[in-house]
Design a protein around this ligand. Sequence first.
Ligand code: ADP
Length: 386
Amino acid sequence: MLVLVINSGSSSLKYQVRDVSAGSVLTEGLIEKIGMGNGGDGDGEIEGPRDHAEALELVDAAIHRELGDLELGAVGHRVVHGGERFAEPVQIDNEITRAIERLNPLAPLHNPANVLGIRAITKKWPDMPQVAVFDTAFHRTLPEHAWRYAVPDELYTNHGIRRYGFHGTSHEYVTRRAAALLDLPVEEFDGVIAHLGNGASVTAIRGGHSVDTSMGFTPLEGLVMGTRSGDLDPSILVFLGRAGWTPEDLDTMLNRESGLKGLAGNNDMRSVVEAAESGDAKAATALAVTSYRLAKYIGGYHVAVGGAKALVFTAGIGENSHQFRALVADRLGALGIELDAGLNAERSREPRVISTPQSAIPVLVIPTDEERAIAEATAAVVSPAG
Ligand code: ADP
């Protein structure tokens, strides 16, 4: 089956056409500057479309230019927030679209854009099966002691304030691949998965299910990220609010100006590592804070899963930065974790083990592929028999 995977943002639309049985990408692209007037980047790329419907026309034209006539079997949408309702991918109908829309307050930047993408497809291809794959769904198995915040109950019951967790599609895909690499049925996989991209989160997996995860009510909580602070004392916000910072000021500071960027002046891990290696003290501090935070979470989640059988690194930094992996592993001596320096430094796109045979548990690098996971989930929902 051919599946069109759509990741729809407020002003962008990323797409891939995948052949699910072959596991291959037939074509992919990115439409940017939607609704920004005469956009485009001026080098022959697509000029800015007026809205998501116009963006979809450009996608359709591009797909046909690349691949000629072909029959798409379904469209799979990455949807950021599935709230408490969605624990699985679902086939979209009007009721589901409205349910996703009702979750807009929980993900004000993302869900409205996802809905625009869904409506554009519905309008253009009314008979096309569409499936929503939610970033939060994999974390619906969190026990209450992990998802509750210790605040008045009313905040949960009236405002839905609880831990939801994100990056679920990636954590689930990587869990399956890690179990396969270790020759374990996924139900027997207990481990800790560190998804380290511009956004970063770590998840505790017991019996193949998510039992804790570092992102919370929003994707801000937890690890130090490219431009996000991760955990801090909430009183800092009260303090700044009293000093005149507006909610928008705080939002910008925490989500766009913090993390590696706030500490080292740069949100790209490669540049931060290079700067630290050439003696930049701020970059060295940024790496120390970031690796220490992650190591603390890994230690905690080792306890949460009752003894991890593996530690897994994935996403841009996790897959590529051997320096950052080494910094984290150096802090995990108490768990008996030991990297093989040679294996760690190897460049490869394959799932692999990077620890020594003496390491108490194996350390793995598993490349993530969210689009592939979305395409597979979409095909499984649309034709369950395969
Ligand atoms: P996103 O969350 O945007 O999908 P990615 O998973 O692409 O992010 O990860 C982006 C991060 O990965 C950046 O910090 C970047 O520096 C880092 N990264 C990408 N390639 C490499 C590499 N070869 N070496 C070190 N870090 C890398």
